[in-house]
Design a protein around this ligand. Structure first.
Ligand code: AP5
Ligand code: MG
Length: 216
């Protein structure tokens, strides 16, 4: 499958992408995860990206497009992929279309997980992430068995630096201004599928499976 996961911060893109990886074997490409790894490593990309991430604004297109190109381009790039958190504005969406047209690996669907702003804030406030394997927990809805310890790998869980009130408000505003227009972009290309996101993780995943199983 070649799909884009669309949705506001905290809507569950990462949670669902990980389930899709398990069920379908296509790799998850999360620009947020790639950027956080670059920040942690203090690489040149990480140093350039950090300020925007801390403020809840988009990292510049040239950095993000470079990461995506590095991963998807070339004869050994993956045929299938689950893009999580990319594209995030119109310029990125157009660049992705151009890249995939050149690679003859067209996008099959853009899947929107639709969640209200109040629920997004609650989910983000409760999120904890494993430092080692990236597993996603929530202290309210999906806690790890032992507080602070990942069920899957025993790593330490932490709260993301951008999951604070001020940054979250800016991330939601950035989403509305720059990313939400992609809903219309993909609808006009007949690629959009919208899934109600305020239901249990398993129910959302069942809806995603139905969409994935219907792709050409
Ligand atoms: P990124 O890492 O992509 O963050 P985001 O879009 O803000 O999305 P999140 O990861 O916060 O949410 P999610 O939808 O993955 O939700 P999750 O599954 O974790 O980006 C971070 C930053 O990097 C950006 O602000 C930007 O600066 C930069 N960046 C990244 N990509 C970029 C790009 N393309 N261009 C430019 N800059 C870019 O779930 C959230 C919580 O809810 C968890 O605790 C989970 O357990 C819980 N949960 C999930 N589903 C449910 C459910 N059904 N019911 C109850 N709880 C649930
Ligand atoms: Mg995520």
């Amino acid at each position: 499958m070649r799909v884009v996961m669309l949705g506001a911060p905290g809507s569950g893109k990462g949670t669902q992408a990980k389930q899709l990886v398990k069920a379908y074997g296509a790799p998850q490409l999360s620009t947020g995860d790639l950027l956080r790894a670059a920040v942690k490593a203090a690489s040149p990309i990480g140093l350039r990206a950090k300020a925007a991430m801390d403020e809840g604004r988009l990292v510049s297109d040239d950095i993000v497009l470079g990461l995506i190109q590095e991963t998807l381009d070339g004869p050994h790039g993956p045929r299938d992929f689950i893009l999580d958190g990319f594209p995030r504005n119109l310029a990125q969406a157009v660049a992705l279309d151009e890249l995939l047209t050149r690679l003859v690996r067209p996008l099959q669907a853009a899947i929107l997980i639709d969640v209200s702003a109040d629920e997004l804030k609650r989910r983000i406030a409760g999120r904890r992430t494993c430092r080692d394997c990236g597993a996603i927990y929530n202290i309210y809805t999906a806690p790890s068995a032992r507080e602070g310890v990942c069920d899957l790998c025993g790593g330490q869980t932490y709260q993301r630096a951008d999951d604070n009130e001020a940054t979250v408000a800016q991330r939601l505003a950035t989403y509305e201004a720059e990313t939400a227009p992609l809903i219309g972009y993909y609808r006009s290309r007949d690629l959009l599928h919208s899934v109600p996101g305020e239901q249990p993780v398993d129910a959302i995943f069942a809806a995603l499976r139905a969409i994935a199983d219907g792709l050409d």
